[in-house]
Design a protein around this ligand. Structure first.
Ligand code: SF4
Length: 136
């Protein structure tokens, strides 16, 4: 059904809208608001700021702890100068995460970056582990 507009004597107007149209409008508006609350990048917009496409990645990643079970298994240390050379005879002087092929950080990125072996966390650029492989 179409909306009907009636103009009464004296200039007053009334708009007749079917219940079906009102219901459809309500579903659209309600659905849009619900999507805005869960869609990545819209949370900031709902707080009054501009939406950023990468807002969901804004939180800094956690550093790998030397006490993590995987870090212990791989002999990871956040500072390569502390590598136990007796326990790690494959260690090469000057080797560190920043010179490792598995390191995905960029130079000057706050001293840390992602590593293939520690997904979701950051290793220290000056760190080292037994998986070190010279970056070519
Ligand atoms: S694999 Fe490479 S980048 Fe990752 S922790 Fe070991 S030495 Fe560092």
């Amino acid at each position: 059904m179409l909306a009907r507009v009636r103009v009464h004597a004296g200039g007053a107007m009334t708009v007749g809208v079917s219940r079906r149209r009102l219901l459809a409008f309500g579903i659209c508006v309600g659905g849009g608001l619900s999507m805005a609350s869960v869609w990545p990048g819209t949370a900031r917009a709902s707080r009054g700021g501009p939406a950023q496409p990468d807002d969901s990645h804004a939180a800094p990643a956690e550093r790998v702890s030397e006490k993590d079970s995987l870090a212990v298994a791989l002999g990871y240390v956040a500072d390569a100068s502390r590598v136990d050379r007796k326990a790690n005879p494959t260690y090469q002087a000057g080797a560190s995460c920043s010179s490792c092929s598995w390191y995905q950080g960029k130079p000057g990125e706050g001293g840390g970056g992602p590593c293939t072996f520690f997904p979701g966390k950051l290793v220290d650029a000056h760190g080292w582990c037994r998986m070190w492989n010279k970056k070519l």
